[in-house]
Design a protein around this ligand. Structure first.
Ligand code: 13P
Length: 250
């Protein structure tokens, strides 16, 4: 019922030439995939080139960030209209690196989410706890707050279109993946929180992705979990072969 998503977040990697090579290799490797939504989020400087390479393919374009205002004196920022203009269909919002290094909060996440939805850009809203929060049994409380505040004021109708990504911070770039049981437990909790906020139907429609050291070796067992509807991949999305294998999870 929920169409799986495999999204690659390239973070601050790849110049235009490197991005071109990666996307050309990737599209050849995944061209026959039909049942998975494939998404790539290159750096801003490569969006235009990658977009031109994706025309007529089964891969969709995402931005790694955007501003919540639609235009104006915000030096260094990129607006939703600019992203739609360059061909983005998705935007990653509130990645833990944005929260940790660029002062993003549940409030800015909420503003960005509304701006994205008002402009038909599908948001991928990231949530997740630190190691200290997990070890002090605060993980569920933190995630519930991120969901409730981040998604507040959204209509039930709009909620169905949101994609949530659970990325435990201790598993990002560390090689330490959450076990499939740990991930499933949090995903089920997120869905329960969404049910209480919106409705059974909306919560059943929302895709919840797992992110944090996803690789070809662990994607299959993660994707077998009932509430894991896809993956958000960092490091392993920088190599066409490994991301293609992730897209073709079994
Ligand atoms: P890694 O896959 O490198 O752990 O990164 C995960 C991530 O942050 C994706 O957004």
């Amino acid at each position: 019922m929920r169409r799986p998503i495999a999204a690659g977040n390239w973070k601050m990697n790849n110049n235009i030439d490197e991005s071109e090579k990666l996307i050309v290799d990737l599209k050849a490797l995944v061209k026959d995939v039909e049942d998975v939504e494939i998404v790539v989020a290159p750096p801003f400087t490569a969006l235009s080139m990658v977009s031109s390479r994706l025309i007529g393919t089964n891969i969709k374009l995402a931005s790694q960030n955007m501003h919540f205002e639609s235009s104006g004196a915000y030096t260094g920022e990129v607006s939703v209209n600019m992203l739609v203009d360059v061909g983005c269909e998705y935007v990653i919002i509130g990645h833990s690196e944005r929260r940790a290094y660029f002062a993003e909060t549940n409030d800015t996440v909420n503003k960005k989410l509304k701006t994205a939805m008002n402009n038909d850009l599908t948001p991928i809203v990231c949530v997740g706890e630190t190691l200290a929060q997990r070890e002090s049994d605060k993980a569920f409380e933190v995630i519930e707050g991120q969901i409730k505040q981040g998604l507040s004021g959204i209509s039930v109708e709009d909620a169905e279109k949101i994609v949530v990504a659970y990325e435990p911070i201790w598993a990002i770039g560390t090689g330490k993946t959450a076990t499939k049981e740990q991930a499933q437990e949090v995903h089920a909790f997120i869905r329960k929180t969404l049910t209480a906020m919106f409705s059974d139907n909306a919560a059943a429609a929302i895709r919840i992705l797992y992110g944090g050291s996803v690789k070809p070796e662990n994607v299959d067992e993660l994707m077998l979990q009932e509430d894991i509807d896809g993956v958000l991949v960092g490091g392993a999305a920088l190599k066409a072969e490994s991301f293609a294998r992730i897209v073709k999870f079994q």
